[in-house]
Ligand binder design. Structure first.
Ligand SMILES: Nc1ncnc2c1ncn2[C@@H]1O[C@H](COP(=O)(O)OP(=O)(O)OP(=O)(O)O)[C@@H](O)[C@H]1O
Ligand SMILES: [Mg+2]
Length: 318
């Protein structure tokens, strides 16, 4: 359990600037397959950090390495300034995680489940159990058997379990997986509340872009074991600006634009051209088109939706 000395750890004193979690060069191979390949991650205090990637990208394997369940072939993990490999107890002292499907006793109530689990890890007072059950919205069902819980309620009970030791950081592997839309909304609201009201830093994986967009302030996109991009959602979108251009003749305009270095052209449905380039070059594009004899009727800057950006990055366009 947490000792009073914990509050005086150097990493705590370092304040908001010190990353809560830092992974560097994390790698894992299963057989011939390089499942995780040199992953670097930095999660800062107060983040709701989304670890986004399609099925099989290496999310669960990475999270298992971050929680010490799987040993990496290479790379390091530091949590709250403690090296996970060399000082696992200190590193994990203030960490809660829901990684595997939660192992709950169906014949016991939610509160009894928490009591049993707490007993295994040093105990938790009835007040603390009540508190976490309230946090996850299960106070009204605390004394019902878990057998009678919905999937979403079990998921929230697993979260309650992760919250028992008052973690500073929680790691959640696809926390809304398998939930119906209502259950998803509830768990997302809960995650936002834990971050905003309890000040808990959250790292969650998801293959759902909309979820990450709704819940997270920062994101890393993982694909085939590698982190392709990492940053704040607005930052990532700024990295993907485009201009929609309406010009005639369209084919000629396309050829002119395609001939300009650093410009990528893709036709859009409406007969306009979508051009990926730095917005600072719009005037240059216009000039090139006019000089070539094209008539330009519109030049509209835009940003890729995160969805388009994600599909572009992971090459999984339909
Ligand atoms: N214990 C293991 N032994 C062998 N291969 C494994 C093992 N665990 C994972 N893999 C393989 O590693 C790759 C990544 O799996 P992982 O579970 O980390 O992906 P994921 O991003 O969590 O996918 P999903 O969205 O489906 O949960 C997959 O190809 C998987 O088959
Ligand atoms: Mg997974």
């Amino acid at each position: 359990m947490q000792s009073a000395a914990q509050a005086n750890e150097p990493s705590q004193a370092a304040g908001a600037a010190a990353p809560v979690l830092r992974a560097a060069g994390l790698s894992k191979r299963y057989g011939k397959r390089q499942v995780v390949d040199g992953v670097d991650l930095e999660v800062r205090r107060g983040d709701v950090f989304g670890f986004l990637g399609p099925n099989g990208a290496g999310k669960s394997t990475t999270i298992r390495m971050l929680t010490g369940l799987v040993r990496p072939d290479a790379g390091t993990v530091a949590i709250l300034g403690h090296d996970l490999h060399r000082r696992p107890q200190q590193a994990l002292a203030r960490v809660g995680a829901v990684v595997e499907a939660p192992a709950l006793y169906p014949h016991l109530s939610g509160d009894q489940n928490l009591a049993v689990l707490a007993a295994l890890s040093g105990g938790a007072s009835p007040e603390r159990r009540r508190e976490v059950l309230r946090l996850v919205g299960l106070e009204g069902r605390a004394h019902d058997r878990v057998r009678t819980y919905s999937h979403g309620m079990k998921q929230r009970l697993a979260l309650a379990q992760a919250l028992l030791p008052q973690p500073e950081l929680i790691l959640l592997d696809e926390p809304t997986n398998g939930l119906d839309p209502g259950g998803m909304v509830e768990v997302r609201q809960l995650i936002r509340r834990l971050a905003a009201e309890e000040g808990i830093t959250i790292f969650l994986s998801s293959h759902l872009l909309a979820e990450v967009e709704q819940v997270c302030n920062r994101v890393a996109v993982i694909h085939k074991g590698q982190v392709l991009v990492q940053g704040s959602v607005p930052e990532l979108l700024q990295a993907a600006p485009f201009v929609t251009i309406a010009a005639t003749p369209l084919e000629q305009a396309r050829e002119v634009l395609a001939g300009i270095a650093g410009v990528r052209v893709a036709a859009t449905d409406s007969g306009a051209l979508r051009v990926e380039c730095d917005p600072g070059r719009i005037a240059d594009l216009n000039e090139a088109l006019v000089r070539a004899g094209c008539r330009v009727s519109a030049l509209v800057p835009g940003r890729l939706s995160l969805e388009e950006f994600f599909l572009d990055l992971t090459g999984s366009h339909p």
